[in-house]
Design a protein. Structure first.
Length: 238
């Protein structure tokens, strides 16, 4: 009698330790599954990083009662526990992969019914476990998160690397623009200066020319008058 009690106590302790150490726990009803089907389910779960265990409901109730978990109402009928454990290669399993393995197996085996579970100590409904099964595996999810975190950093680093180059392009474009504008300004200013200077010189020449002509013409007329006077005087003397 004492030995049986010790065995039961050891099972309760095992269940309690497994629940507290696992990432997720899924309670299933396996009524109608024969031995070969249960063996196949165990292999499927093992490949996904899970472990499928059958305990007496009374012992599991004792374990969840000690952990103050509200799972007793699920411990009715043939109930098996699917824990997240390790994969055959020694890597850690994940809740999404175990939930997906159960979901895929239930498609071809209606006798397997998901009743509920735990994820990091939080109760899960069958609908939540089905949603969990739709998530990508841990490795894929971590890669996606890492990619999402790295993308802004890579873009920021790219902008920093491109900044000096872009500034060089901008400065060169500005210098080219200034160089292109300079001849245009000189071309526009030159005619203006010539236009302003040329009329002034022509105006001076126009003003000086009549003055010279006005001074020279009377001088010639005076000489002719003097010659005429001289001739007249000679005629009178003769």
């Amino acid at each position: 009698m004492g030995e049986i009690r010790n065995q039961k106590a050891a099972v309760v302790e095992e269940v309690r330790d497994r629940i507290t150490s696992t990432e997720a726990l899924v309670l299933t009803e396996y009524r109608g599954l024969d031995v070969p089907a249960l063996a196949e389910l165990r292999e499927v779960l093992r490949a996904a990083g899970g472990e499928y265990k059958v305990y007496k409901n009374t012992l599991v109730r004792l374990a969840v009662h000690e952990l103050d978990l509200d799972l007793e109402e699920l411990l009715v009928g043939p109930t098996a526990l699917a824990f997240v454990a390790e994969k055959p290669d020694g890597t850690k399993g994940d809740a999404a992969a175990v939930a997906k393995a159960l979901k895929d197996f239930a498609k071809d085996n209606d006798s397997l019914v998901v009743k509920g579970g735990l994820l990091d100590g939080e109760l899960l409904s069958p609908a939540q476990i089905e949603s969990l099964a739709k998530l990508p595996p841990r490795e894929v999810l971590l890669a996606q998160i890492a990619g999402a975190l790295a993308a802004p950093l890579q873009k920021f680093a790219g902008l920093l690397n491109a900044l000096p180059q872009n500034m060089a392009y901008a400065l060169k474009a500005l210098l080219d623009e200034r160089a292109a504008e300079a001849p245009a300004e000189e071309v526009e200013e030159a005619p203006a200066e010539e236009a302003e200077e040329a009329p002034a010189e022509e105006a001076e020449e126009a003003e000086e020319a009549p003055a010279e002509e006005a001074e020279e013409v009377p001088a010639e007329e005076i000489e002719e008058i003097e010659i005429d006077e001289a001739t007249a005087e000679e005629s009178e003397e003769s």
